[in-house]
Design a protein around this ligand. Sequence first.
Ligand code: 6PG
Length: 262
Amino acid sequence: MRFGSTEVIVLPSPEAVAEHAADETCRRAARAITERGRFVLALSGGSTPRLYHQALAAQLAPKRTASGRPGPEIDWTKVFILFSDERAVPADHKDSNYRMAEETLLSRVPVPPGQVHRIEADDGDHVLAALAYERQLVEAGLMPADLVILGMGEDGHTASLFPASAPRNGVAQSGGSPWITATEAPPASPVAHRVTFTYGALAAARSVLAMITGHSKAARLKEVLSGAADLPMRRVLESRREETLVIVDQAAASRIAEREST
Ligand code: 6PG
């Protein structure tokens, strides 16, 4: 199913979404490593990526594809891990995206520790952390990412770009940089101060893979795909010229009619 340059894949369950996203990641990793000698993967927070991380960690054991050939395996020594957003909390805080990734993926795959680039906002100063992360990624030559994993909140936010606080042009009001910015999450969110990829960083990524599951996302997903509302996830889809894959379960897709491929 296509919506402009976005391909939407509907699968039966969150587990199937996670498995498919892990397979797609492995394919992109193999291609990036063959073509450029490395794979730069930006992870997101939230509950949906947990299943994805577990599926990705399981990719270590080559899977048999339908043809019986071993499936794509990731050469983790050539993988660089970034974070598309982070809450301004210490790495061991219950709401840390890094902690979730460490527990569900990074502690289970042999990615070299020096190739994991955590957003360091432990003291809560998200503006300083955004500038430091920008500098770190630019000096390491890691932008744009090869693949950015995204989720979507019930309000249509993605990464930590929220409807009320997301700088439209991707450059933070606080004089941030084109790739990384500081934002504030709405009061209902677990942590207010955030560091996030900008719209520019998401637009420039070679690939974006968004996973959206659950009935609670169905109405927003319909708005995002139809363009009925100017939401952060919609802005990301509109800004992209390269491949964007949105993998959803049937619950999240329950409000979108099947459309002919365009
Ligand atoms: C964050 C996430 C955020 C998340 C969505 C979806 O730090 O909050 O990066 O963008 O991906 O809120 O979260 P769920 O998968 O938990 O619905």
